[in-house]
Design a protein around this ligand. Structure first.
Ligand SMILES: Cc1cc2nc3c(=O)[nH]c(=O)nc-3n(C[C@H](O)[C@H](O)[C@H](O)COP(=O)(O)OP(=O)(O)OC[C@H]3O[C@@H](n4cnc5c(N)ncnc54)[C@H](O)[C@@H]3O)c2cc1C
Length: 509
């Protein structure tokens, strides 16, 4: 079995996944380099040449982080004619979206699903004419009961859960009448601001049989029901229009060519200077300019910097002057789900499409597990800290508790929480963070601005939120003026001779 975290370090039995990325990494290292996954199936070797005399050191804007938010901001600024340097720590773009290939399957190790209720990502899919696919759905559903799991026809499996969720969220559309402005009714939000998801479950006084129908989701989204804020999921419900069908349906469509197709399309349009393998170590503000230094000691300057890295990562970057109190509080406490691991599992059996949900705290580690298309591997999520996902027998045992005949052939784990450039999975607030921190985190710190799904107004914690927030920050008044230096029509992405064709549409040398 193959299981490892994103660092590429094998964990447990079997071959590491490193071989999948080998071509990309090996080629890049020879010349200070980097690797970019340009499509779902290709990891090509690319590199920047630090000795290149043409490599500029001063830019109009430096964007740190080539996740969806950073790439969106970069595209918008390039459209205004700015010279933009996009610095990315990893050897690939996409951040917490990561389209990969495993055992011949295209898999998403991070963000996956998109929906027409998410206007920003939907607009990008239309803009670039990127195909989407709908999951085929399931033929069997396994829902939790007090004594185990009950196999149900998918058409009836969610009836009771739908009723319960509707009650769980009963006030949400009133609290968020403008769901993309979470504090529009601050007075109403204040009544729930300190609630955890667990508090709301307790308040409902559900029967045990009903409660376990909800805790698969409250634990998955909250990263445990105790940790997650009620307000966050209430807002998602309001964003979904206040119906269970829409709320549940948000996880139906995905970009057919992978989430990386969105990022690549934006980069192809923006043509920024992109430097991979360039973790930023410090961001120092002096009168008139900001100096950004990478761990390798490279120094770049610009009048404006956008930090499009996860909130949880801020604490490991040196800021001078130091970050404001709200930013320090957020990055210390953490804003995202910290314990979620996503597994892709090649099940020898069963081969049918199914979904199963497990309650919190019963020793069933996979809050959500299923196969949604014929022939696909199974995807599973766990937030259970007592579960060792690197123990292949434990993984198989966990599935057998739901489907006794299950047989695991292989699996792979992604743990963004252990990845130093994420330190968590999707954004999700803790109690009190919405009123206390949300607006402050969007404020610039002098010449340094912040962007990312973690601080978005609308679909915070989703790809859509990352795009929304990249647009917000790029529209900041100080970034709206003309470029200080006339930029060339095309900036450069530094790619060596190999695999040039993978970068069709980008300016390469
Ligand atoms: C397992 C999982 C499942 C998810 N499922 C969904 C889903 O189905 N649908 C959905 O819409 N969303 C989903 N999400 C959430 C979504 O993927 C994220 O909200 C979104 O991708 C975040 O984008 P971002 O640009 O804000 O941050 P990121 O993607 O984290 O981008 C930040 C970038 O900054 C870089 N960086 C970090 N530190 C440094 C540094 N020091 N120097 C330079 N660069 C640095 C990182 O490498 C990264 O590329 C999921 C997330 C995870 C992890």
């Amino acid at each position: 079995m193959t299981h490892e975290n994103e660092s590429g370090r094998p964990e447990g039995r079997g071959l590491p996944r490193r071989s999948v990325l080998k071509a990309g990494v090996a080629g890049g290292l020879a010349i200070t380099g980097a690797a970019v996954a340009t499509s779902a199936t290709t990891a090509v070797a690319v590199a920047e040449d630090a000795k290149d005399p043409n490599l500029r050191r001063h830019f109009d804007v430096i964007v740190v982080g080539a996740g969806v938010a950073g790439v969106t901001a970069t595209r918008e600024l390039r459209a205004k004619g700015k010279r933009v340097l996009l610095l990315e720590a990893r050897n690939r773009v996409g951040g917490r979206t990561w389209t990969d290939t495993w055992r011949g399957h295209m898999i998403e190790r991070g963000g996956t699903w998109v929906d027409r209720l998410q206007p920003h990502v939907w607009r990008e899919l239309n803009r670039y004419q990127l195909p989407i696919m709908a999951d085929a759905g399931v033929v069997k559903s396994f829902m939790p009961t007090l004594t185990g799991f009950e196999e149900l026809d998918p058409s009836v499996a969610y009836i009771r859960q739908g009723e319960l969720f509707t009650k769980f969220f009963e006030d949400s559309t009133r609290i968020y009448p403008k769901p993309f402005s979470p504090l529009h009714r601050r007075d109403l939000v204040a009544q729930y601001d300190g609630f955890s998801l667990r508090d709301r479950l307790n308040q409902m006084k559900l029967t045990p049989a009903d409660e376990i129908l909800l805790t698969s989701w409250t634990s998955l989204y909250g990263g445990t029901s105790e940790r997650g804020a009620l307000t966050h999921i209430q807002q998602w419900w309001a964003l979904s229009g206040g119906t269970f069908e829409a709320f549940h349906g948000v996880n139906t469509y995905r970009p057919k060519l992978g989430t990386v197709s969105i990022v690549n399309a934006m980069l192809a349009e923006a043509k920024p200077v992109l430097k991979l393998n360039s973790p930023v170590k410090s961001v120092v503000q002096n009168p008139g300019k900001v100096t950004v230094t990478t761990r390798a000691g490279e120094v770049f300057t610009a009048p404006e910097v956008i930090m499009a890295v996860p909130v949880n990562v801020w604490r490991n970057i040196t800021f001078s002057p130091a970050l404001p109190a709200a930013h320090r509080e957020a990055t210390t406490a953490g804003m995202g789900v910290t314990e979620e691991r996503k597994l892709w599992i090649d099940l020898a059996k069963p081969s049918y499409r199914f979904v199963a949900e497990s309650p919190e705290g019963r020793g069933d580690p996979f809050c959500y597990i299923g196969r949604f298309n014929d022939g696909d591997p199974v995807v599973a999520f766990t937030v259970d800290t007592t579960f060792n996902e690197n123990d292949g027998d434990a993984v198989e045992r966990a599935i057998r508790r739901i489907i006794p005949e299950a047989k695991v052939r292989d699996y792979v784990v992604t743990n963004f929480a252990k990845d130093e450039f994420a330190l968590g999975t999707g954004g999700y607030r803790q109690p009190y963070q919405l009123i206390r921190l949300h607006e402050k985190l969007q404020q610039p710190h002098g010449r340094v601005k912040f962007a990312g799904s973690d601080i978005a107004n609308g679909w915070n914690g989703y790809i859509d939120g990352a795009i929304e927030d990249g647009l917000r920050v790029a529209g900041s008044p100080t970034l709206s003026g003309p470029a200080a230096v006339a930029a060339s029509a095309e900036e450069r992405i530094f790619v060596p001779k190999v695999n040039r064709q993978s970068y069709r549409g980008l300016s390469v040398r």
